[in-house]
Ligand binder design. Structure first.
Ligand SMILES: [Zn+2]
Length: 239
């Protein structure tokens, strides 16, 4: 194995570490965002619940007004009874009072039902509010633990970046550029061993000519014709 490949392999090792630790960082960030958006969603639902309750209270008040009006109406009709002259008039008024009372009872029932509903909703909203109040500091604690891990990862990435520039300095510019180009265009790894005559990047068999050039070390960089990754023969080939 030539020194170009050896140095590129050293660079790739650092890059693979950076990639893997970066992946860890992304999934930690995602988990924080998920937790936060979950709480936001719960808050949104709570606000909707509050708005619904507010509307129910408005409805309750209109029913209260309607009931007061209905009672007044019944009383007014009853007070008219003393002035009735004929039997027919009495019957008609009696009928009107009867219907007004039925209406009053219906409004009363509706109001009672509404009051019960509002009472239940009030209890539930207080409960949800307590839960949300407790969840906020809980979430704070959870995310601060994750944020600490992320800072550690960022420090490690910085160290790896320093190491990367050190390793890069050992590689000639053309080889480095070629490596970088493959890294941007392909998924890692950039360098893959040839094992049992096959490229370990795409598992296609390389030609005998390519393998023999690789074995003789006649060229610094040989790429796979199929997947364009840089090929090398490992020092210790598996049996
Ligand atoms: Zn390949």
């Amino acid at each position: 194995m030539g020194h170009v490949i050896r140095n590129l392999l050293a660079l790739q090792e650092v890059d693979l570490q950076i990639l893997s630790i970066n992946g860890e960082k992304v999934s930690l960030l995602n988990s924080i965002n998920e937790k936060r958006s979950q709480l936001e969603k719960q808050r949104g639902e709570f606000q909707e619940q509050e708005a619904r309750l507010k509307q129910q209270k408005v409805d309750m008040r209109s029913l209260e007004v309607e009931l007061a009006e209905s009672s007044t109406h019944v009383r007014k009709l009853e007070s008219q009874q003393v002035h009735i002259k004929t039997n027919q008039e009495y019957k008609a008024l009696d009928r009107e009072i009867y219907e007004a009372k039925i209406h009053q009872t219906r409004v009363e029932d509706q109001l009672l039902e509404k009051m019960e509903f509002v009472e239940q909703e009030n209890i539930q909203i207080r409960e949800t509010s307590r839960e949300l109040d407790a969840r906020a500091p809980e979430l704070q604690q959870e995310t601060s633990g994750i944020e600490e891990k992320i800072s550690q990862i960022e420090r490690t990435i910085e160290e790896l970046q320093t190491k990367r520039s050190e390793v890069s300095r050992e590689i000639d510019e053309a080889a480095l550029k070629r490596y970088e180009r493959i890294l941007t265009g392909k998924s890692a790894p950039v360098l893959v061993p040839v094992v049992n005559g096959a490229c370990q990047g795409c598992h296609l068999v390389v030609t005998a000519a390519v393998e023999s050039v690789l074995r003789r070390g006649e060229a610094d960089i040989i790429t796979c014709e199929n997947c364009s990754r840089i090929l090398y023969i490992p020092d210790e080939e598996p049996e």
